[in-house]
Ligand binder design. Structure first.
Ligand code: BGC
Length: 742
């Protein structure tokens, strides 16, 4: 609980001069001293697999490399890194062959024999490896409010990536989900920086606990709040909020010593992050003390010229990015970056010592990954790949993520009844797994393993009579009448709506509402009078206000992964008592994308007196129902040390219903008055308890200075004395906070 607190105090307190690269190991220094400029710049260049491949696997399980292209890249151009799958996931043996062939050339045919560092996107489990363990996306993991579970998913992910022979992950994602239309919203741990910091750190600790594995923080910085809601678009935000909201999870993940960072493809306040010396060097290296590798995102050096238009040509773009602080360019198809960088050094524009800094970091990362000792896949790790116990963790994560948004008592369902299943997501694997699953977009279901089941498949396995009619496509109209007809003869209708997979800009939308055919289907089924349960499988909160109030129950399942169908069915039938909580504010209307930690003046009502009360989202951050009920009582606040702001907060939680259940207790702090308008509240702690019927537990929180601080205009934590409220459930307790250091 103190993680974020620690960070708030240290961010900004560390010396703000850029870190000067210290000496690396003897092996690295020795190699470096032996390298030509071309060899050094080659290490800073990263190509995608497609650039050296003859053909994709197309279902064969093997990618055929082009020996000439591979040698041109590795031997002639000294390329240091490759990335990505070639369109689709490969089985373990396919990766083993590929990595072995690449490392053979790198270590045997190049002058210095430096191995390649291969990078991959393992975003929710090891999505580019056939039969791997696929977890809920981060948004669903955030709903579990369970750092230990997130840590475990990270560890399994790292082991499975490593089993393929790959040592470098482009994740975990630490972006904040601050715009619900953003097509990468599902990759985030939601809208709250405290929650994202704790879960992000847990994910890093899990991944980096696996020896020789390197994880990357991404996408640094400010990616998740694009003004337009589109991917790779500008963020306009005062710096103190960039720091308080977006920098926090990166600062926190520093405790897990991340190997690398990938840069945000967008802009902050008019400056593309790839060209920002301030954010990359002064803040990331200087303040946060990051010493790992800074890799660009896809083509982003080129885009400084062609898209952001801050560079007249590619040479200028290269100069800007390198001067800003990047170490490696994901070019990822050609050698233009390398050519320009060589000429910039030869012309004296960029000193070779600057190149040395980056190469030293890259070689150090390779060393840390054990690549100099053995760059080949460790076959013995195959025994740890896709274990049943890993799959059980995926099941647990999916079950704990599912969030019951609404329930008039229809759930849990009775066994033995007749149910209609309808909606485009009912028979879709893609809508369970989302983007980054077996292919980039996660839509092509021919690549999904045979043992994956859809929600419809799973419901057929349960003790009910199932009728099915799709009723609507994700975007297109379907046979609503047929679905309505079946609904009339059913005891309950389950309408499964949402989104099929997408990644990055392909998922840009111009309307946050659920597509019209799906809304019409829900409305028509509800209008039959048959109790209707809506299940939402989606990567972001598509608006449902046109029918939500009339549904008997609404279940948010996010994109829950390979075990999602079973987990949803378990919740529907009461085998699992739901405990997920929304990690974001679910908006009711398209023009009210207001997060929970808004300013007071953002939500005044429309009356002449303009009172509070104008905050009216569909569901609030932290909302989530259970099949049992919990009561909070006996709040106690103790100061634990005189002349400090150290407090212990205790509250009693009792399961007052008739089922065992899990309750997440959320603690918020509200600063009543501050020099910079304070948000109405900030999450500062959460604790989870499992309680049998009638059982009680005392839940304890500890608060200290950082929990009462915010990031001020100077970019530093500020503690302003005054009255603060502690909010837990319906309880509020006021504290008089003083600044003992001034
Ligand atoms: C994405 C990154 C990803 C990279 C490599 C980019 O387009 O923005 O998140 O790591 O591709 O696949």
């Amino acid at each position: 609980m103190k993680y974020m607190a620690l960070t708030l105090l240290t961010a900004g307190a560390i010396a703000s001069a850029p870190t000067v690269n210290g000496q690396a190991s003897e092996r690295v220094e020795h190699l470096l001293s032996d390298m030509t400029l071309e060899e050094k710049v080659g290490q800073m260049t990263q190509l995608t697999l497609t650039a050296v491949a003859a053909r994709p696997s197309q279902g064969s399980g093997r990618v055929e490399l082009d020996p000439d292209l591979l040698r041109e890249a590795l031997v002639d151009r000294h390329i240091g890194s490759l990335l990505n799958a070639h369109d689709e996931a490969l089985p373990l043996e396919g990766w083993h062959e590929l990595i072995t062939e690449i490392q053979d050339v790198a270590t045997n045919e190049t002058r210095l024999g430096i191995p390649i560092v291969y990078g991959i996107d393992a975003i929710h489990g090891t999505g580019y490896m056939m039969d791997a363990t696929i977890f809920p996306h981060n948004l669903g993991l955030a709903a579990t409010f369970n750092p230990e579970l997130v840590r475990r998913t990270g560890e399994i992910t790292a082991v499975e990536v490593l089993a393929s022979g790959i040592t470098w992950n482009f994740g975990p994602v630490l972006d904040m989900g601050r715009h619900p239309a953003w097509p990468r919203f599902y990759e985030t741990f939601g809208e709250d920086p405290y929650l994202a910091s704790i879960l992000g750190r847990a994910a890093f600790e899990g991944q980096q606990s696996v020896e020789t594995f390197g994880a990357s923080m991404k996408h640094y910085l400010g990616y998740g709040q694009p003004y337009s809601g589109r991917d790779r678009a500008p963020t306009y935000l005062p710096e103190y909020l960039v720091r308080e909201i977006h920098l926090a999870p990166f600062a926190e993940a520093m405790h897990a010593d991340p190997a690398a960072v990938m840069v945000n493809s967008g802009e902050i306040n008019g400056v593309p992050v790839h060209a920002s010396y301030y954010w990359l060097t002064e803040v990331l290296r200087g303040e946060l003390g990051f010493e790992g590798v800074i890799v660009t995102d896809w083509m982003d050096v080129i885009f400084l010229h062609t898209r952001h238009r801050i560079a007249r040509d590619l040479r200028e773009a290269t100069r800007l990015a390198v001067e800003a602080g990047i170490d490696m360019s994901m070019t990822p198809y050609d050698f233009a970056f390398a050519d320009h960088l060589i000429s910039l050094v030869q012309d004296g524009v960029i000193p070779e010592s600057r190149i040395d800094e980056s190469v030293r970091r890259i070689l150090t990362m390779k060393e840390r990954m054990g690549l100099f000792d053995d760059p080949y896949p460790d076959q013995s790790l195959s025994d740890d790949f896709a274990l049943p116990e890993s799959r059980a963790v995926a099941r647990q994560a999916a079950a704990e993520s599912i969030t019951l948004l609404q329930n008039d008592g229809i759930l849990p369902l009775q066994e033995g009844g007749r149910i209609l299943v309808t909606g485009p997501a009912a028979r879709s694997l893609s809508a369970l797994n989302g983007g980054w699953t077996h292919t980039w977009q996660g839509v092509d279901e021919q690549f999904f393993p045979d043992d994956y089941v859809t929600l419809l498949d799973e419901l057929h396995e349960r003790n009910v009579t199932v009728a099915y009619e799709e009723g609507a496509g994700f975007l297109e109209k379907g046979n609503i009448e047929a679905a309505v007809d079946l609904a009339r003869h059913a005891d309950v209708a389950i309408v499964v709506l949402g989104e099929q997979g997408y990644s990055e800009w392909v998922g840009d939308i111009s309307d946050l509402a659920l597509p019209e055919p799906q809304i019409q289907l829900a409305e028509a089924i509800i209008a039959t009078g048959t109790p209707t349960v809506v299940v939402l499988l989606q990567g972001r909160p598509r608006l449902i206000s046109r029918f939500a109030d009339d549904a008997a129950a609404i279940v948010m399942a996010y994109w829950p992964g390979m075990e999602g169908a079973q987990a949803i069915a378990d919740v529907l039938f009461g085998d699992v008592n739901p405990s997920g909580r929304l990690p974001f504010t679910y908006p009711r209307a398209a023009n009210e994308l207001i997060p929970y930690d808004h300013r007071f003046v953002e939500t005044l009502n429309t009356g002449f007196d303009r009172q509070a009360g104008g905050f009216n989202p569909q569901y609030e951050f932290g909302h989530g129902l259970s099949y049992t009920t919990f009561e909070y009582s006996d709040l106690e606040v103790h100061r634990t040390m005189a002349r400090t702001n150290r407090y212990r907060i205790e509250i009693q939680v009792t399961n007052t219903g008739d089922r065992a259940g899990r309750e997440h207790v959320l603690l918020y702090v509200r600063q009543n008055v501050a020099s910079l308008t304070p948000p109405v509240k900030r999450l500062r702690g959460f604790q989870s308890v499992n309680l049998e019927p009638g059982e009680s537990a005392r839940v304890t929180f500890e608060l200290d200075d950082p929990d009462f601080s915010y990031i001020g205009l100077e970019g530093m934590p500020v503690l302003e004395p005054g009255v603060f409220d502690i909010l837990i459930g319906d309880f509020t307790e006021s504290l008089n906070v003083l600044n003992y250091f001034q």
